[in-house]
Design a binder for this molecule. Structure first.
Ligand SMILES: [Zn+2]
Ligand SMILES: [Zn+2]
Length: 329
């Protein structure tokens, strides 16, 4: 089968790989759509080649259902990117991200994938595969889980630092739940996407001081909630400055150590600082329901490329002039 290999130094190639081995309890999937994730940029820009690719947001069709009673040949499905062991206390309640034996979905920028049945999520046939990538992957998963942790109320002012696909997804869902959303980035293309989605405020922090702008929008009260979706020390520090008294800062951009001053950043203003990772398998029915109720999450997809044009797709994503980019094997 064809699959993408990350060669390092912003280069990828599409090569022939052996077809995946379908073990007992696994579903063999023909991949129809595979999303490029910001988390892959580290490998893309590194100086060393990887044996395969880091794709993990995927939708497709069952080729062989093995001994499954839930799936049959031809069913549409997506795959949860975090593979719980399927047998522990956390897996029993559909919280694979908490499983101590968890692994990750292997590269999905390819034609086929064999995945454990308990990581597969049935996709109704009227849902396009690219949207299926969002519904079962990071695209809706991360913003949905954040929304459940934040419990946004209508009228809350929610600042989102970072307008990549995850930041934009958060903007869409927080707006849908009635928040007055402020999106902050330095990428004018991505800010223009947020404007196109009808997001209340966009701020280019290279042109305008975001603290002054948010202060003006909120008559000095600052944000009720602030979501950090970049993963840089300075943007988490910014999020802590943009949130008002008794507000909440949600960290979702993966990163290392960040200097925090407990007294001024947290204690003296009753600030809650929290984190949120991916989504729980058990949340999928509610996510699907939200999409059925009109959540316009599909608008974060801006580009589709055939698998053979993976290099162009990665370039497009990496240069920032894109929302979600989908590869179609
Ligand atoms: Zn991802
Ligand atoms: Zn487990």
């Amino acid at each position: 089968m064809l699959g993408v290999q990350m060669l390092g130094n912003e280069t990828v190639s599409v090569k022939d790989y052996p077809e995946p081995v379908q073990n007992q309890g696994e579903i063999l999937i023909q991949i129809k759509a595979s999303g490029i994730c910001g988390s892959e940029m580290h490998g893309y820009r590194s100086h060393s080649a990887q044996p395969f690719n880091g794709g993990h947001e995927v939708a497709g069709v069952v080729i062989d259902a093995g001994n499954s009673t839930r799936f049959k040949v031809g069913d549409h499905l997506g795959v949860h990117a975090v593979w719980g062991c399927g047998n522990c206390r956390w897996c029993d309640v559909g919280k694979y991200t908490f499983c101590d034996q968890r692994s990750t979905c292997p590269g999905t920028h390819a034609e086929q994938l064999a995945a454990p049945e308990h990581t597969c999520l049935k996709l109704p046939e009227d849902i396009p595969f690219d949207v299926g990538v969002l519904l079962t992957g990071d695209g809706l998963g991360v913003p949905y889980h954040v929304s459940q942790r934040l419990n946004t109320k209508g009228g809350d002012v929610v600042c989102i630092v970072g307008a990549g696909p995850i930041g934009l997804g958060n903007a869409v869902i927080q707006s849908f739940f009635g928040a007055e959303v402020v999106v902050i980035d330095i990428n004018s293309y991505r800010l223009s996407l947020a404007e196109k989605f009808g997001i209340a405020h966009t701020i280019n922090s290279q042109e305008i001081d975001p603290l002054e702008a948010v202060s003006e929008i909120t008559q000095g009260m600052l944000a009720d909630k602030c979501i950090e979706a970049v993963g840089r020390s300075e943007t988490l520090r910014l999020a802590l400055r943009l949130v008002g008294k008794s507000g909440t800062v949600m960290a979702i951009g993966e990163q290392g150590d960040v200097p925090i001053s407990p007294s001024s950043d947290l204690i003296r203003r009753d600030i809650t600082l929290m984190g949120s990772w991916f989504y729980h398998y058990s949340e999928y029915p509610s996510m699907l329901d939200l999409y059925r109720r009109g959540l316009p999450i599909g608008q974060v997809i801006t580009d589709h490329f055939p698998l053979l044009e993976a290099q162009t797709a990665f370039n497009q994503f990496a240069n920032g002039n894109a929302g979600k980019v989908i590869l179609e094997p």
